[in-house]
Design a binder for this molecule. Structure first.
Ligand SMILES: C[S@@+](CC[C@H](N)C(=O)[O-])C[C@H]1O[C@@H](n2cnc3c(N)ncnc32)[C@H](O)[C@@H]1O
Length: 226
């Protein structure tokens, strides 16, 4: 992210690690999920990259809400809404059954209000996590991209995993950029994206941990009509 130009992105939709030490039944883990050192630098960069008067939607893990809220506030974002995605099943249970995912709608500056605001409770669908241990359903990302960006806009997901955000953006005629640390997920994202359309998925190594050079796949965006 540090190499990209300031105020160059129209909308950020991201699903960062939840800082939850996640491990699924088969032992799969998520890089960066065991620490929060990346959290503040990452959101500071996202704020810098976002154009003025624009939106960022970030999923987060509720047990670490205070860490995420502090990082967003310190970066300069203001909270403008809270989205709940209702599951028809429980992903696990303790004192209650866990039946939702959640995301904050964050703003930089003063973006215009959408003409038809999205409900802040939406239905979730299960992916089976076949392509990624915490794979987000493309179908729940689409309405977010539709509501907070316009066709031709550049959508960024700096924690893109298997590329779910990028696919939703591609389907909706947005340009997109994704960053993914794990080479296997980076490959999956590249394979899932329909070839022949503009893409830019970078496997950057962890710019928050080292400067390892990485395979960068990029194609220039289609020229925009004058
Ligand atoms: C919650 S997962 C995203 C899953 C994605 N929404 C999907 O549907 O596949 C977060 C992703 O961030 C990646 N990640 C963690 N630290 C990173 C970093 N410093 N830079 C880029 N990606 C990172 C992890 O490898 C993981 O794939």
């Amino acid at each position: 992210m540090a190499r990209r130009s300031s105020a160059s992105v129209d909308f950020i939709l991201t699903d960062p690690p939840y800082v939850a030490g996640y491990r699924d039944r088969t032992g799969r883990t998520v890089a960066g999920d065991d620490n929060a050192v990346w959290l503040k630098p990452a959101f500071a960069q996202m704020y810098r990259l976002l154009k003025p008067d624009a939106f960022c939607v970030s999923f987060y893990g509720w047990p670490k809400a205070e860490l995420f809220l502090a990082a967003w506030r310190e970066a300069g974002f203001r909270a403008a809404g809270h989205l709940v995605f209702r599951k028809r099943y429980s992903s696990s249970s303790a004192f209650v059954q866990y039946r939702h995912e959640q995301a904050y709608l964050l703003i930089k500056g003063r973006p215009a209000r959408p003409s038809t605001p999205l409900p802040d409770v939406l239905d979730w669908s299960y992916t089976g996590n076949r392509l990624h241990p915490t794979q987000k359903p493309v179908g729940i990302l689409r309405p977010l991209i539709e509501a907070f960006s316009a066709p031709g806009d550049l959508v960024l997901d700096p924690f893109c995993g298997s590329g779910s955000t990028l696919i939703a953006a591609q389907e909706l005629g947005r340009r997109y950029a994704g960053i993914e640390l794990d080479p296997q997920h980076h490959r999956t994202a590249c394979q899932r994206l329909r070839p022949g359309l503009p893409f830019d998925v970078m496997n950057e190594g962890s710019e928050f941990r080292n400067d390892a050079p990485a395979g960068i796949l990029s194609k220039p965006a289609d020229p925009q009509p004058a």
